[in-house]
Design a protein around this ligand. Structure first.
Ligand code: URA
Length: 441
């Protein structure tokens, strides 16, 4: 193997790495010959210098080959998955996996933990008492066959290189990087055995890609690399200029997902964007998986499977199969939130014109809902519930956000940060669309 320092130096100086150099380095990350500080230096060099398409493919391949690849050929049905590039309040997977399964697809879903300011599906699922997110290959396949979907994190055998690099990126400001995101997502998705992939590429102030242009480049890179690796993929570019749905935080997002799966109406909290995006992504999965002829039929099928309770029943089966506490999801009051509840009200009247979504994600981390260093554990009960969304008209004194924090948390600085993150103005501004565009391979 070339010396790790030499490979880092070559990338630091903006040169293109060969397939062998990338493979060697990633093997070293996996077997421990490359130290964490060298891996981090490599990530930072890639962050600043980028990678060519060939390098990104080599990185994806090396991460994939660092572990096992699931063979789902014995599972009947079309296997289609969805992956989001990360945002705040993005709990779509929790609703979408059972919904798409209820519509006739098989959904093998391998997800990640929180990354940077964004939340992770695996952390959310862990707030369901007992829910096992470390499925063996055998258990993953068995659950997928019997339930229609299975949700797991990477075991130490699946893309261990991504597992290591992901945890390092989370705490070293090396997340917002197209080749690193592409290799991380695609290595997992190819390893899990999906036949097709729908990508939710987030764009906006709470996404890793802040501009439409960057998000489009990420989407195209993901689709191109996936194609080269034999995985058909398509993407939606979607709005992340405000938290998705009303909840941000692990347990509270599970509760919001359950409300949608059970078709419960929320009186004052707003989940409409979350439900709409889930339906649209489901329609994409159904079209790509040829369950429906087109998106219109797919949307119709998804709406009906949500409304008739089939998606909820699949979710119950999933929780049962993955050893989660069924009583807790049937009565979400049994999934505890942190005890210090504070309703934060608006000081002004006017319209919500801006939500600094990344700052909101960081507030959640401050409360304990995310990691500052790799060994941090997550507090599932802390969270935020938004009473209003972008474009809402607010009167002074009305509730804006309910916070759930631990008893000993001093909320004064948190409220100060929140007041800077949510901008209220006398003049209304246009609200960005939920879905900007579709990008096909
Ligand atoms: N999701 C992943 O799995 N990896 C990333 O880098 C970003 C989102």
């Amino acid at each position: 193997m070339s010396s790790p320092a030499w490979i880092i130096q070559k990338k630091r100086d903006g040169k293109e790495l060969s397939h062998t150099e990338i493979t060697d380095f990633i093997q070293g990350v996996t077997d421990g010959r490359v130290a964490d500080y060298q891996a981090t230096a490599f990530l930072m060099a890639v962050y600043f210098r980028g990678m060519t398409l060939e390098e990104t493919v080599a990185l994806t391949e090396a991460m994939l080959l660092s572990g096992e690849r699931y063979d789902l050929t014995k599972v009947t049905g079309i296997k289609v998955d969805k992956h989001s590039t990360g945002g705040v309040g993005d709990k779509v997977s929790l609703i979408l996996a059972p919904l798409a399964a209820a519509c006739g697809l098989k959904v093998p879903m391998m997800s990640g933990r929180g990354l940077g300011h964004s939340g992770g599906t695996v952390d959310k699922l862990e707030s369901i008492p007992g829910f096992d997110i470390q499925l063996s290959q055998e258990k993953f396949i068995q659950t997928l066959s019997s339930v229609g979907c299975a949700m797991t994190s990477q075991t130490s055998k699946i893309c261990p290189a991504d597992k290591k690099l992901y945890a390092l990126r989370d705490v070293t400001a090396t997340v917002e990087c197209i080749p690193l995101i592409a290799a991380s997502i695609l290595s997992k998705k190819i390893a899990e055995g999906s036949q097709a992939l729908v990508l939710d590429v987030k764009v906006g102030n709470g996404a890793f890609m802040k501009s439409r242009k960057q998000a489009k480049t990420l989407a195209k890179t993901l689709i191109q690399v996936a194609k080269i690796m034999g995985l058909p993929a398509r993407a939606l570019l979607t709005n992340m200029n405000q938290p998705l749905g009303y909840a941000a935080g692990n347990a509270i997002e599970v509760k919001e997902s359950i409300e949608i799966l059970r078709n419960q109406k929320q009186s004052e909290l707003c989940s409409a964007d979350l439900k709409e995006l889930t339906i649209q992504l489901c329609a994409q999965m159904l079209e790509v998986g040829k369950v429906t002829k087109n998106l219109t039929e797919g949307r119709k099928l998804a709406h009906s499977r949500l409304a008739d309770g089939s998606a909820w029943r699949v979710f119950e089966n999933l929780v049962r199969a993955q050893s989660g506490n069924l009583a807790a999801i049937q009565d979400p009051a049994k999934i505890p939130l942190a005890p210090q509840k504070k309703i934060w009200t608006s000081k002004k009247s006017g319209y919500i014109v801006k939500m600094q979504t990344e700052s909101i994600g960081r507030i959640l981390i401050e409360l304990g809902g995310g990691r500052k260093i790799a060994s941090d554990s997550i507090d599932p009960g802390v969270g935020l519930a938004f009473h209003h969304k972008l474009g809402s008209r607010i009167r002074a004194g009305e509730p804006l956000v309910t916070l759930y924090a631990r008893e000993n948390t001093n909320l004064d600085p948190v409220l100060d940060q929140l007041s800077q993150a949510i901008e209220i103005s006398p003049a209304k501004k246009p609200v960005p669309k939920l879905i900007f565009e579709q990008i096909k391979g």
